[in-house]
Design a protein around this ligand. Structure first.
Ligand code: KG4
Ligand code: ZN
Length: 372
């Protein structure tokens, strides 16, 4: 019988590869249960978040303790402050998530946690808490990739969504065009060569005096501005039609601001914001639709903090409708960092037989699809 690698079980140390027969037996055991309830933890950046999720799609609680106010003082996330705040808040947020879900630890079938990518100190807080819970209560530990979590946020409100589909993941640290071939199986078509889309939003917001967090502020101010007022570049990457590059656009905005200052021309903040946003949206929509044409798929989803952008959602909605493509998007609260998305992703990892040992570590630069 051929030996397929279909899942990995990590014991307290070392890796055990299981074959399809063993996986089927495990899945049968899982299917024998009516429900799989997962306690999920996310602490990769500046949100301490814990959720209780049943069967990957039903959110029993989703608690997010944001640190935005603290970091606003410094114009961006300060990693040391983020880690310290996660330590202070994590137990409280775990208790609140269980209480809101009206569940206790003994009702959980697994504990899931984001192991990367993200800020190493911040990730370590969640990973340590999850390992402690797994050790103390004897429930399996499942490490989840943050981007896989973002993609899986789409399963929560779209009960009919199943792979395969194409997903545009745009967050503060990542811009990826991904084919979701199956649960847990991804093919990356394109990625950013420099700044992530969210990073560009944050940097431009700072330059035009909007401050942190930049994305939501640009989104709001843009509604008062003219997106055609300033012609900013739409960058193309020479050797890939799917890759993105946003650093040239950011520089173009900075050059525009400098030249206005030198010439004594007043800057219209709303016009700069709207024109910059339009340039980002145009590129994201164009690359996404090229990917849809190439793959011949009829389902397209978006994920990540920038996916909550109103202009982007509107433009993609229209582009998909024109091509009779089904468009999926999480609610804004499930686009930005949260733990419900980690619980959704963890359910499918659990079904695939993925278990981690107590040697699970924070991996700040982990790549999507790379098994830990
Ligand atoms: O997914 P996320 O919460 O964290 C990361 O994994 O990075 O994304 C945060 C990013 C930030 O750069 C933020 O400015 C951006 O998402 N963002 C937005 C909006 N809301 C959040 N960007 C554009 N428009 C928005 N409405
Ligand atoms: Zn994120």
């Amino acid at each position: 019988m051929p030996h397929y690698l279909v899942g990995i079980i990590k014991e307290s140390s070392g890796t055990v590869i299981i074959d399809r027969k063993d996986r089927d037996m495990q899945t049968a055991k899982v299917c024998g249960k009516e429900d799989v309830t997962i306690l999920a933890i996310e602490s990769s950046c500046d949100e301490t978040a814990v959720a209780v999720v049943r069967n990957g799609r039903e959110v029993l609680s989703n608690i997010i303790s944001s640190q935005i106010d603290l970091h606003t003082l410094y114009g961006g996330v300060v990693p040391e402050i983020a880690s310290r705040k996660h330590i202070e808040r994590i137990n409280q947020v775990i208790n609140e998530a269980l209480k809101t879900a009206d569940r206790e630890l003994r009702d959980m079938d697994a504990v899931a946690v984001t192991y990367g990518p993200g800020l190493v100190g911040a990730l370590l807080v969640g990973v340590s808490a999850a390992k402690a819970i797994s050790f103390a209560s004897g429930i399996p530990l499942i490490g989840v990739h943050h981007i896989e979590g973002h993609i899986s946020a789409n399963y929560i409100e779209n009960k009919d969504l199943e792979p395969p589909f194409v997903c545009l993941v745009v967050s503060g640290g990542h811009s990826h065009l991904v084919v979701v071939k199956d649960y847990g199986t991804y093919e990356i078509l394109g990625r950013t060569r420099d700044d992530a889309a969210g990073e560009a939003f944050d940097k431009v917001a700072r330059a035009i005096g909007l401050g942190y967090p930049g994305g939501p502020k640009i989104d709001k101010v843009s509604r008062e501005g003219n997106p055609e007022a300033i012609k900013f570049p739409r960058a193309k990457v020479a050797d890939s039609i799917y890759d993105f590059s946003f650093s040239g656009l950011k520089s173009a905005v900075l050059n525009y601001l400098n030249s206005c200052e030198m010439k004594g021309i007043p800057v219209c903040q709303a016009d700069v914001a709207a024109s910059f946003q339009k340039a980002v949206v145009d590129v994201l929509v164009e690359h996404s639709m090229q990917a849809m044409e190439m793959c011949g798929m009829r389902k397209f989803a978006i994920a990540g903090g920038v996916a909550s952008n109103t202009a982007l959602r509107g433009a993609l909605e229209e582009a998909c409708a024109r091509r009779e493509i089904a468009f999926y998007h999480p609610s804004p609260i499930l686009c930005t960092d949260n733990a419900a998305m980690i619980g959704a992703a963890a359910y499918y990892e659990y079904q695939n037989g993925v278990r981690h040992g107590y040697d699970l570590n924070a991996v700040p630069n982990s790549k999507l699809g790379e098994r830990m």
